[in-house]
Design a protein around this ligand. Structure first.
Ligand code: ADP
Ligand code: MG
Length: 756
């Protein structure tokens, strides 16, 4: 076999054309691909739970309070549980009047315990796949039912263990768990097959692996090299070696990611010139004097941080984090005034039209009589009006231009591409979590183009960028993940703001809450009632907003006017609904989660969230932030089912994931600190869901868990930034492979290497 020719899998023993096709559909085309198809986890006999232990623990969790004595072999059923057991019985039952069937597969193991797997779907497949006597690995969230004194897994992940695995398992070896897709199962490709394919190719493929990490780093951190790591992952000899290998893989993923951030940060600083803005601004001073309240310390600190950037000669690239209502917009306004007084135009972009419009009115209010011209670029403007606005912008007569993300980044139909801006000094982006890294680059370009190059063109002139976010990401994590941005945090609420009173209530008490809402509305206040879903779904029995809107309007609050807002509405319908609510055209807004982040309706003082246990805590926090925006006391009620009552007061550590989410509602009663809430939430749901990492440009890592592997992130960041400092273009011969690998992963970042 020639070394440089990739080996087609079809010719490997036991594969053949049909299986090769299935493997190809999973992206596995060559022997090299197989080598990179690393096990996702491992079965280590020592850590597998027996069915007897599982039953005992679940029974205790369900029946007793936390302070019951610890049992031997104690563990907590918080995460997914894996058991290895034999199929002892297979039954099918029908339900729903005989129209549907379910399959119950009983398991037993040497501990003498037992459990059931229950399947409602794909029964046809399971009928063929499972036989009595088969040894299987079952992973899932088990439940315990006292009535039957039985543990059950609903639709767990099941992997068949072949004879060979069974031998390994009996010997106490660690068995790698590969991801087996349904298509693979269909052609009877099992974990054992994957392992034997890897076994076939490993000796030939391993020598071809190129080390991409610089050797001083490998030595310093005692990381196994790529060849060792690859072997350890596929054929582990101990848990410790698996851990070492996995650490290396995590480090590698993060190292290249952090290198991208380091390059980007450095690239902008080296390749572009920032406009110089003198922070001594008459208008900023004027605004400060006119404010009816005192800026918080945090606000002052952030303004000072921005002012420092303004004078540095380098473009600012700053993330401003602060809880909803912490006064970010005002900070941005001060920065804008400094830029305007220094002779520059400023842009403010919002995620939606309604928020753009809100900013427009807020700023107009603050800036009355200041001689500052604010214009709005929004959809649906008449051609003549649009023309006038564009002219004002091009001539530099407009000082502040407000629009939506879509408009500025050129996703909308007409718009920014045809607008000539005039000396843009500062771009403010509100709610960055919907705003990716690419758009930021586009914005910078737009700003750069608005400057006429001067006589001695050295570097392009780049605007300062300030991104604001109310998505509370724990500080440590954001500093690492947004390594290319400097970070400012407003960690303090305006003085005199009354914290929102939050209460977890049960549905049987809803009447009282409705009465409370009635009395608030009678006093001229407004209220939100939030539901998790729009249309009624067969699967999950959730109250639908539409249905309940009808019910609430006609049965509960016939004397008030109610409005409806849900995700299936067009954006302009949503905007209309929000606008009408803001204008007090109705008193109660029944909504799904689409209520905008950052919408400012100070007159709304009550929020009721139904099925609150269905939401993540961060989401609840964001929703809750819609009230409590004025000086009045505001209230938030989190409704959940009565039968969850017994859970409150328990410790979440002792409960299953689903139950823990109910217990965690208590966190909302205890704190209004978004960062604290985010931390609790991330432990539960992972950072991807909390931050929307996909949009924020963080890749999906194969090995890294962004919460648990925080230490690895820090180390990778340190090493990557140090490397870019020492060899910014990776020109040294010993960095050749690192450079090649980086460009393979982050091809778009090439430009930063080419700077002289
Ligand atoms: P954010 O954008 O951070 O959610 P905003 O900037 O919209 O918050 O501020 C919320 C409200 O608080 C606004 O009405 C704003 O005028 C007001 N505000 C801002 N800073 C202060 C302060 N230091 N003291 C009192 N009120 C403030
Ligand atoms: Mg805001």
């Amino acid at each position: 076999m020639k070394d440089n020719k990739p080996l087609a899998l079809q010719y490997i023993r036991g594969v053949g054309p049909k299986r090769a096709e299935v493997l190809a559909s999973a992206g596995l085309l060559t022997a090299a691909d197989m080598l990179r198809y690393y096990p996702r986890s491992y079965i280590d006999r020592n850590t597998v739970v027996t069915l007897a232990e599982l039953t005992q623990t679940l029974r205790r969790d369900t029946l007793f309070s936390n302070d019951s004595p610890k049992l031997s072999g104690d563990f907590s059923v918080k995460n997914e549980i894996t058991v290895v057991a034999r199929i002892s019985k297979i039954r099918e039952n029908s339900y729903g009047g005989g129209s549907r069937s379910m399959m119950i597969i009983s398991l037993s193991d040497e501990s003498g315990g037992s459990a059931d797997m229950i399947f409602f779907q794909m029964i046809h497949y399971f009928r063929i796949a499972f036989k009595v006597g088969m040894l299987v690995v079952v992973s899932g969230m088990p439940e315990y039912e006292e009535k039957f004194r039985k543990v059950s897994f609903h639709h767990p992940e099941v992997l068949k263990i072949d004879e060979e695995d069974e031998e390994l398992y009996k010997e106490g070896k660690i068995i790698p768990k590969y991801k087996i897709t349904q298509a693979m199962k269909n052609v009877h490709l099992s974990m054992r097959h994957i392992r034997s394919i890897v076994e076939e190719v490993i000796e030939q493929e391993i020598p071809k692996l190129r080390e991409t990490l610089p050797s001083p780093i490998l030595r310093k951190l005692s990381l196994p090299n790529i060849r060792e790591a690859s072997r350890m992952l596929h054929f582990p000899d101990s848990t410790a070696s698996v851990e070492r290998a996995r650490f290396r893989m995590k480090f590698e993923e993060l190292f290249f990611f952090e290198m991208m951030l380091a390059l980007r940060k450095r690239g902008i600083k080296v390749m572009e010139r920032g406009v110089i803005i003198d922070p001594k601004s008459t208008r900023a001073r004027g605004l400060l004097d006119a404010l009816p309240f005192e800026l918080t310390h945090a606000q002052k600190r952030v303004i000072w941080e921005i002012a420092t950037d303004f004078q540095s000669g380098k473009p600012m690239n700053r993330l401003l984090q602060g809880d909803v209502g912490s006064g970010k917009t005002l900070v941005a306004l001060f920065a804008m005034l400094m830029a305007i007084d220094a002779g520059y135009q400023t842009l403010l972009m919002a995620p939606t039209e309604i928020l753009a419009e809100q900013h427009y009115h807020t700023l107009k209010n603050f800036l009355e009589g200041s001689g500052i011209e604010i214009v709005q670029l929004i959809g649906g403007q008449k051609a003549k009006m649009r023309r006038d606005i564009k002219e004002k912008i091009a001539l530099g007569k407009a000082h502040i231009i407000i629009g939506t993300h879509a408009l500025f980044s050129g996703n909308a139909t007409d718009a920014s591409r045809t607008v000539d801006y005039h000396k843009v000094g500062l771009i403010v982006v509100d709610e960055q979590h919907r705003f990716g890294v690419m758009q930021r680059a586009k914005l910078r370009d737009l700003g750069i183009r608005s400057h006429v190059p001067d006589a001695t063109p050295t570097l392009p002139i780049s605007p300062h960028i300030l991104v604001m976010s109310a998505t509370p990401i724990p500080r440590t994590l954001s500093m690492t993940l947004y390594g290319d941005l400097d970070i400012s945090i407003i960690d303090q609420m305006p003085y005199g703001r009354k914290p929102i009173r939050t209460e977890v209530i049960f549905e049987s008490k809803l009447d009282t809450t409705m009465e409370f809402i009635r009395s608030e509305v009678r006093n001229g206040k407004q209220a939100y009632i939030v539901y998790p879903l729009v249309e009624k779904s067969d699967k999950i029995d959730l109250k639908s907003a539409v249905e309940h809107f009808e019910h609430l309007q006609h049965e509960v609050f016939p004397e008030f006017k109610l409005g409806l807002l849900h995700g299936q509405m067009f954006w302009y319908e949503k905007d209309d609904a929000m606008r009408a609510f803001k204008n007090k055209e109705f008193q109660i807004l029944v909504a799904t989660t689409v209520v905008e982040v950052g919408i400012d309706i100070p007159n709304a003082t009550v929020m009721l969230i139904e099925n609150a246990e269905r939401f993540g805590l961060s989401q609840l926090h964001q929703l809750r932030g819609r009230v409590g925006r004025g000086g009045e006391q505001s209230y938030c009620f989190l409704a959940t089912k009565d039968h969850f009552r017994f859970l409150l007061g328990k410790k979440e550590q002792e409960a299953s994931e689903r139950k823990a989410s109910i217990i965690r509602l208590k966190t909302m009663e205890e704190t209004t600190d978004g960062f604290k809430i985010a931390e609790v939430d991330m432990k539960l749901r992972g950072p991807g869901d909390v931050m929307g990492t996909r949009q924020s440009g963080v890749p999906d890592f194969e090995f890294t868990d962004l919460v648990r592997d925080f230490e690895v992130i820090e180390i990778a960041k340190r090493e990557a930034f140090a490397l870019i400092d020492a060899d910014p273009h990776l020109r040294k011969p010993e960095h050749e492979q690192t450079r090649i690998e980086f460009l393979r992963q982050y091809a778009g970042e090439k430009g930063y290497f080419d700077v002289a």
